[in-house]
Write a protein that binds this ligand. Structure first.
Ligand code: PCA
Length: 228
């Protein structure tokens, strides 16, 4: 059995919901738990605060309790069209808006004197292809931004890399907005229509990613590079 921890985030930036909180809720249903059991996965999930420092601390607590083989951290990324597997975590906090505790660091390292970046060790191209085969839009992203999602991704990558007794691997997965978030935003700001994905497709994609990763497949050598 593979032990997998999945984290979601609370709502932030004045928004009413965060799709990743709803995904985490769905992962706790009996139906998903049964699928996980059949797929050889012991799954645990939790919600994290959108706060510099505390997000990493809460995630480490969950890691120490479950001792997972794989950690998937989920976050919302407005403007993304597909579920995107992040390749890189960078050692930089540069918050465009304050986090939920009012912190707004500018050009600070996540970890003082830590390496500039970490690459995920998980086979994310294989995961991307598995989702596409299932009919769920997926791609690889080469920037998780410089807000709390990247902060958590870097903080947990650093923690796992520096733990002597841990072989656990992690990745950050960004999901698009929900259709209802796009509609709400359009009403308030009149903004152009942003891309969205229904919750059912997000849950299907995340469940498939978890079960695929839990069989520890090797990475596929396919191009997925971008020019931005
Ligand atoms: N997305 C933000 C933080 C929380 C979330 O869901 C980000 O991309 O940094």
């Amino acid at each position: 059995m593979a032990r997998v921890l999945v984290t979601g985030f609370e709502a932030f930036g004045g928004q009413a919901i965060n799709p990743t909180a709803l995904i985490v809720e769905q992962l706790q249903t009996l139906e998903v738990q049964q699928k996980m059991e059949q797929g050889g996965v012991v799954l645990q999930s939790c919600l994290l605060p959108v706060v510099q420092g505390d997000s990493v601390k809460s995630c480490i607590q969950a890691i120490e309790a479950l001792k997972p083989d794989i950690v998937f951290m989920l976050g919302q990324a407005s403007g993304r069209e597909n579920i995107s597997f992040e390749k890189v975590a960078i050692n930089l906090d540069d918050f465009r808006i304050p986090d939920n505790a009012g912190n707004q660091p500018v050009d600070q390292p996540v970890v003082d004197k830590g390496p500039a970046a970490y690459f995920t060790q998980l086979p994310i191209k294989t995961l991307m292809l598995a989702l596409k085969q299932q009919g769920v839009g997926a791609d690889i992203s080469y920037s998780a931004g410089t807000f709390v999602c990247n902060h958590l991704f870097y903080g947990i990558s650093h923690y796992l890399m520096t733990q002597v007794h841990s072989n656990a691997q992690c990745d950050f997965i960004h999901v698009p907005l929900l259709p209802e978030q796009v509609a709400a935003e359009q009403q308030i700001t009149g903004n152009r229509s942003l891309p969205s994905m229904p919750l059912e497709a997000m849950v299907e994609g995340i469940v498939h990613a978890i079960i695929t990763a839990a069989s520890f497949p090797s990475e596929q050598q396919v191009p997925a590079g971008t020019i931005n």
